[in-house]
Design a protein around this ligand. Structure first.
Ligand SMILES: *[C@@H]1O[C@H](CO)[C@@H](O)[C@H](O)[C@H]1NC(C)=O
Ligand SMILES: *[C@@H]1O[C@H](CO)[C@@H](O)[C@H](O)[C@H]1NC(C)=O
Ligand SMILES: *[C@@H]1O[C@H](CO)[C@@H](O)[C@H](O)[C@H]1NC(C)=O
Length: 297
C-alpha cells in the first residue's frame, strides 16, 4: 500500500479524466434507431436490432423504405456508419441527407448510386439552399463501401458545411453570405435515409436497370450519432448559432479545415472526384454559380 501512495495523485487525476470524458456530450450522445427515428415509408422492409444500434433498410420489387429523425436540428454533426448494398446494386440509390421542408427548403445530400458487381459506387453530393440546388459533386470511394461499415458524417455550422467519409473531408460549402451567396443557416433540418429504385437515372445515366433477381437489396446502418442542436421553434435559432463552449460546432477549430484536412481533401479531389458543377461551364452556359470563383475551403 505504502508503495502505491506516491501514485495516488496520478490515479485520482486519471479517474477525474475518465469522469470528464464520460460527461463530455460529444462522446456519449449515442443515438438509437428505436428512439430517435421514425419510418417515412416501407416500414415492413426494415429491421432494427441490437437495442436500437443497428438498422437495415431493404428494397425489393414491392417497396423501398425510408427513415427520418424525430427531431429537427440547426447545426452540429450528423454521423452514421453505413454498409451499402452488396453485389449487383445497379439502379438502386441509398440516400442519406439533411432536409428542411417547404418549397424553399435547404438540403445537404449524400447519395450512393449503385452499380453492377465489381463496378464502383458513386458518392453523389449536393446542397440546396432556399430551394435551389444544382451544386452536384461526385466521387468514387477509395474502398469497397459494400464490404464494411464506413463513417459518413455531415458537419454543419454557421461558417461551413463539410461532408466527411471516414473522417476525411471530401467537400466543403463555405458561408459566403458576405458575397451575397445564400447559406443554409435559417431553417432547421431533419436527417433522412432511404433506399429506393432509381434505375431511370442512377447507374450509367439510366442505362443499367435493376436486376430484380438480385433482390432484396439491403443497406446496413450502425452507430447513429446526432450531436446536433435540437430545434424547438424560431426561438432556437439564436441559441443554436451562439458561439458558446456548449455549442461545440461554433468553436474556431470547426470553422475551417485544419492543415491536415486540407491535405486530405486535396488528395480526394485530385484522385477520386468525378464531377464538379464548378467545372461544368457548358451546363451553366459559361455563367458558373458565384461561389465557384471563391476558395472552396
Ligand atoms: C416479386 O418478387 C417475388 C420474390 O422474388 C416474386 O415471387 C414475385 O413474383 C415478384 N413480383 C413482381 C410483381 O414482380
Ligand atoms: C466519424 O467521422 C466524424 C467526422 O470526421 C468524426 O467526428 C467521428 O468521430 C467519426 N466517428 C467515429 C466512430 O470514428
Ligand atoms: C458504374 O460503373 C461504370 C463503369 O465502371 C462507371 O462509368 C460509372 O461511373 C459507375 N457508377 C455509376 C453510378 O454508374
Amino acid at each position: 500500500m505504502a508503495r502505491l501512495l506516491p501514485l495516488l495523485p496520478s490515479l485520482l487525476l486519471l479517474l477525474l479524466l475518465l469522469l470528464l470524458l464520460a460527461l463530455d456530450q460529444s462522446l456519449v450522445v449515442h443515438s438509437d434507431f428505436y428512439k430517435d427515428v421514425d419510418f417515412v415509408w416501407g416500414y415492413q422492409n426494415s429491421a432494427i436490432w441490437n437495442n436500437g444500434e443497428s438498422l437495415a433498410l431493404m428494397l425489393n420489387n414491392v417497396s423501398g423504405c425510408g427513415i427520418v429523425t424525430k427531431n429537427e436540428y440547426l447545426f452540429g454533426s450528423i454521423e452514421v456508419q453505413i454498409k451499402l448494398v452488396k453485389g449487383n446494386s445497379a439502379g438502386t440509390v441509398t440516400a442519406y441527407y439533411l432536409s428542411s421542408v417547404g418549397e424553399k427548403h435547404d438540403e445537404i445530400d449524400f447519395e450512393f448510386l449503385g452499380n453492377e458487381t465489381g463496378q464502383p459506387y458513386t458518392i453523389h453530393t449536393n446542397i440546396f439552399i432556399q430551394g435551389v440546388g444544382n451544386r452536384e459533386e461526385q466521387f468514387y470511394p477509395w474502398f469497397d463501401p459494400s464490404a464494411d461499415l464506413h463513417n459518413y458524417t455531415i458537419h454543419w455550422n454557421p461558417t461551413q458545411v463539410v461532408w466527411y467519409v471516414d473522417g476525411i473531408p471530401i467537400r466543403v460549402f463555405r458561408n459566403y453570405e458576405s458575397h451575397g451567396i445564400p447559406f443554409p443557416n435559417k431553417q432547421a433540418m431533419r436527417a433522412y435515409s432511404s433506399i429506393w429504385n432509381a434505375d431511370e437515372w442512377a447507374t450509367r445515366g439510366g442505362l443499367v436497370k435493376i436486376d430484380w433477381s438480385s433482390a432484396p437489396f439491403v443497406a446496413y446502418y450502425q452507430y447513429l450519432q446526432l450531436r446536433a442542436c435540437p430545434w424547438f421553434g424560431p426561438g432556437s435559432s439564436k441559441h443554436c448559432s451562439q458561439g458558446t463552449p456548449a455549442n461545440w460546432w461554433t468553436l474556431p477549430e470547426y470553422s475551417t479545415l485544419s492543415y491536415e484536412e486540407q491535405g486530405q481533401i486535396n488528395w480526394v479531389r485530385e484522385n477520386y472526384m468525378i464531377y464538379d458543377y464548378c467545372k461544368d461551364s457548358e451546363r451553366f452556359s459559361g455563367a458558373l454559380p458565384p461561389e465557384c470563383s471563391l476558395p472552396k475551403y
